[in-house]
Design a binder for this molecule. Structure first.
Ligand SMILES: Nc1ncnc2c1ncn2[C@@H]1O[C@H](COP(=O)(O)OP(=O)(O)O)[C@@H](O)[C@H]1O
Ligand SMILES: [Mg+2]
Length: 509
């Protein structure tokens, strides 16, 4: 009869506990409820749930203990009974805590009670084979000995319920953290406020370029792009066009250094039928083709001086005549020009008209060489790796030592050279991972030489100076710091030795 009664209470308690564990998102609060049920239904007092993190176990929730007492409940793994259960993953029962030296009573929660009347039961909270924490309770008993087997059985059931709930919370927490991280990552990404499609660059200097693109694109202003070959001038020119109100109009590109001088004028402005031998039909030039859109004149510094007035006119008056034609043609084209040459020098040398220079230089944008923004190298490498993996249907990885070489190389061909190098690596790589040996020999060697030279530069002078200093001290010691004699030994003049003693700050000991 008594047994049946106990069973009913146990079942009721278990039911309450499982309800409590799912009652809120606050694990601590749920567990506190569970510990209360243990006390109220099962005479198990001062229940605690401690959770393990790394090498420590600390109380998360308890019933019948003050906050102060809970705070003191921290154990190293293996320390005291709770620490041991956490470490070993097996239950421990202390029938009488008064007799047990292992019982630390760190929390000091039981000072008022005669210890011989308390048993301490402690079971691991395990999920599969992982010990997540420890559940412990005090069991009050009278003088008679009682069996703890039943208690342990029940506590194990409860601890497995707790384990599932704890695990779930930990997972949710982990997910929340991952989401937080992702949010932070996205926020960081947005922080590089200016993004221009297809142009990669996190360096401050590239961020400035992006900012300039955003500001200038909507306007009608002429833009002059400056920078070494391969720094991305053409890419920027296109970005400006596609971010401008003329995006739907044509983007016409022309390289002023690409054809002989004699053909340039007709190429740029077109010609009328029969205007010169071979001019079989009327042909529109690039400016005309760019009507309503953007004309990109690359290597504008190579524009012959004779043609410059005509360019100036089309920029100022928006009009020109075809070669061999009388009719004035109106054109609305925005000019984006680029140069890798020093236009100021060309102006000084009389090879570039000053008025045209000022007309072009309204909004200059400078693209820095890659060696001056090395922090962009990893992102660019990643970008081109993806691009060429996709293009070649491969999934090549690049070993970290390759990035090392890239970071040390000077990239005279700038981004274009980096892009070509990554493409080559992807195409040529046999295995899954490209390493140093897959790099073109000039890049591999160059970065090695550069490093070696830098080391030598650092090492050499100090070595020579060290030798000289040692020799000086040797000679001075031998002559009892007689400078004239020491100078004779070393084959230098007294004046020279005086100078060197000062230089190395040598003093007689
Ligand atoms: N910041 C960048 N992000 C992505 N690709 C770039 C970047 N800069 C240059 N490139 C690529 O490098 C190559 C050379 O760029 P380009 O615009 O032709 O340089 P430039 O006109 O200054 O000689 C192109 O294939 C271009 O797409
Ligand atoms: Mg170019």
């Amino acid at each position: 009869m008594q047994k049946n009664y106990n069973r009913t209470i146990e079942l009721t308690a278990l039911y309450e506990i499982s309800k409590l564990l799912g009652s809120s998102l606050n694990l601590r609060q749920n567990l506190r409820g569970v510990m209360r049920v243990l006390a109220e239904y099962l005479d198990m007092n001062r229940g605690t749930v401690s959770l393990r993190s790394n090498n420590e176990v600390s109380i998360l929730a308890a019933h019948g203990m003050s906050e102060e007492e809970i705070k003191r409940g921290r154990y190293r793994l293996g320390e005291g009974i709770i620490g041991r259960v956490a470490k070993l993953g097996t239950p421990i029962v202390i029938p009488n805590i008064g007799d047990e030296p292992l019982f630390l009573n760190k929390t000091g929660a039981r000072e008022m009670i005669r210890k011989e009347n308390i048993a301490f039961l402690c079971v691991p909270i395990k999920f599969k084979n992982e010990v997540l924490g420890v559940l412990s309770v005090d069991r009050l008993f009278g003088a008679k000995n009682i069996s703890f087997e039943e208690d342990l059985r029940l506590l194990k059931i409860i601890s497995s319920l707790i384990a599932q709930s704890v695990k779930l919370h930990l997972e949710v927490e982990k997910e929340r953290e991952a989401m937080q991280e992702e949010k932070e990552r996205l926020r960081q990404q947005l922080k590089s406020k200016y993004k221009v499609e297809n142009i990669i660059g996190q360096s401050d200097s590239m961020q400035e370029v992006f900012g300039a693109i955003h500001r200038v694109a909507p306007s009608k202003a002429n833009v002059l792009l400056r920078g070494e070959s391969g720094t991305g001038k053409e890419l920027v020119a296109k970005a400006i066009h596609f971010m401008s109100p003329r995006a739907k109009g044509p983007f016409i590109k022309f390289n002023c250094a690409s054809i002989p001088e004699g053909l340039l004028e007709s190429e740029l402005f077109g010609h009328e039928k029969g205007s010169f031998t071979g001019a079989m039909a009327m042909r529109k030039g690039r400016f005309e083709l760019a009507h309503g859109g953007t004309i990109f004149l690359d290597e504008i510094g190579d524009l012959p001086i004779a043609l410059q007035p005509k360019i100036l006119r089309v920029l100022q008056e928006k009009e020109f005549e075809r070669v061999g034609g009388e009719k004035t043609i109106k054109v609305d084209a925005r000019l984006v020009a680029a140069t890798s040459r020093n236009l100021e020098d060309l102006v000084k040398d009389g090879r570039f008209r000053e008025d045209l220079y000022y007309r072009l230089n309204v909004v200059p944008i400078y693209l820095p060489p890659l060696r001056d923004r090395r922090e962009d190298i990893p992102v660019l490498q990643e970008f081109f790796l993806n691009k060429y993996n996709k293009e070649n249907g491969k999934s090549v990885h690049i070993a970290p030592d390759v990035l090392n070489v890239f970071m040390n190389y000077d990239w005279p061909g700038n981004v274009r050279e980096l892009e070509n190098t990554v493409e080559r690596v992807v195409v040529m790589c046999h295995g899954k991972t490209a390493t140093r040996t897959d790099l073109p020999i000039n890049i591999r060697d160059h970065s090695f030489k550069a490093k070696f030279a830098a080391q030598l530069k650092d090492a050499l002078p100090s070595t020579i100076e060290d030798i000289e200093k040692t020799k000086l001290i040797e000679a001075l010691t031998r002559t009892g710091w007689n400078q004239a004699k020491a100078a004779r030994i070393l084959g230098i003049t007294p004046r020279q030795i005086g100078y060197k003693i000062k230089k190395y700050d040598l003093k007689q000991p």
